[in-house]
Design a binder for this molecule. Structure first.
Ligand SMILES: [Zn+2]
Length: 306
């Protein structure tokens, strides 16, 4: 991905919180955690029955799934952790917002939710993506590196073994794209993390080892070997070892950039209510707003009504 994509190893998780679920919500909503604009979810356990992002915030918290699904795209969430059920509940046929964009695609914004460990999860995703109706947008989550970190320590031999296994799984996805005509040359991958870690912990959001994460982009139109900070001088500034808050005029790349960048690559508008949107350009060769072709035999993305 470093050779063929645009990337940085100096991205940031949320400013205030460096644990799992709040940061994955940043990736879905394009918001930070705290404050009036934040998504407001600070817990890292399994959500209580019936609890949603909306019930917690007191107002609708839109995500990348809303924009993609409301525009007629097929969406999936494949995860190794049960706490991700929060998304399936928050965006289901009862709690998802009515679709006010173009034809009514329904309130259930996530077409397929799968929770398994990677040895089952990766084949399930490959089967779906090489089948008759591949997803236009899918959030795919590997859990095993975090589990190895908590059990054996970040950077331990067992952690590094888990990382190698995840790297091989990622390789399977690249091979799948290369071998599938409906996907080849039409599919982008955004790779990031919810947080870093040291010892057996990652819960101190003031520590560089916890808040420093990678953010890689690969796909058609993405400039090979490019630095995301160099590509986005108007919106981003490399924070060095620092921890800029959300008031900084130029932001670090954040894991929360994943939502709006994915929508940009799909030719769609931003997530309503989102505030994290610094990665606007991933390659000089392609305008950032150029839509990617949809998978074969599926309707092309429809632009969000102005
Ligand atoms: Zn963890």
């Amino acid at each position: 991905m470093q050779a063929e994509g645009a990337w940085t190893n100096n991205a940031r998780c949320d400013y205030d919180i460096s644990v799992t679920l709040p940061n994955h919500i940043c990736q879905v909503t394009g918001r930070g955690v705290l404050g009036p604009a934040g998504h407001g979810w600070t817990s890292n356990g399994d959500p209580a029955a019936g609890q949603t992002l909306q019930s917690n915030k007191g107002s609708y918290v839109a995500g990348v799934f809303d924009v993609a699904h409301d525009n007629g795209l097929r969406t999936g969430l494949y995860t190794g952790k049960s706490k991700f059920a929060l998304f399936d509940t928050s965006y289901n046929a009862t709690h998802g917002e009515p679709d006010a964009t173009g034809p009514d695609n329904g309130r259930d914004k996530i077409d397929e939710f799968v929770c398994e460990k990677s040895p089952k999860l990766v084949p399930a995703l490959k089967a779906a993506m090489t089948g008759a109706a591949p997803f236009h947008y899918v959030l795919f989550h590997y859990a095993e590196t975090d589990a190895a970190g908590h059990a054996f320590g970040w950077g331990s031999p067992a952690y590094n073994d888990a990382m190698k296994k995840m790297d091989a799984y990622l390789g399977q996805l690249f091979e799948m794209i290369a071998a599938t005509p409906a996907l080849k040359g039409k599919t982008a991958i955004i790779l990031t993390a919810d947080h870093g870690g040291a010892g057996r912990d990652h819960s101190d959001a003031t520590k560089a080892i916890d808040y420093t994460i990678p953010f890689y982009v690969w796909g058609p139109g993405v400039q090979a070997g490019a630095d995301l900070y160099a590509l986005n001088p108007a919106t981003l500034a490399d924070p060095g070892t620092g921890r800029p808050d959300y008031q900084a005029a130029k932001q670090p790349v954040r894991n929360g950039d994943a939502a709006n960048l994915a929508l940009r690559l799909l030719g769609l508008g931003t997530v309503p209510g989102s505030t994290i949107n610094g990665v606007r350009n991933v390659g000089a060769a392609a305008p950032a707003t150029q839509p990617l072709p949809a998978a074969a035999a599926l309707p092309p993305p429809r632009r969000r009504a102005a």
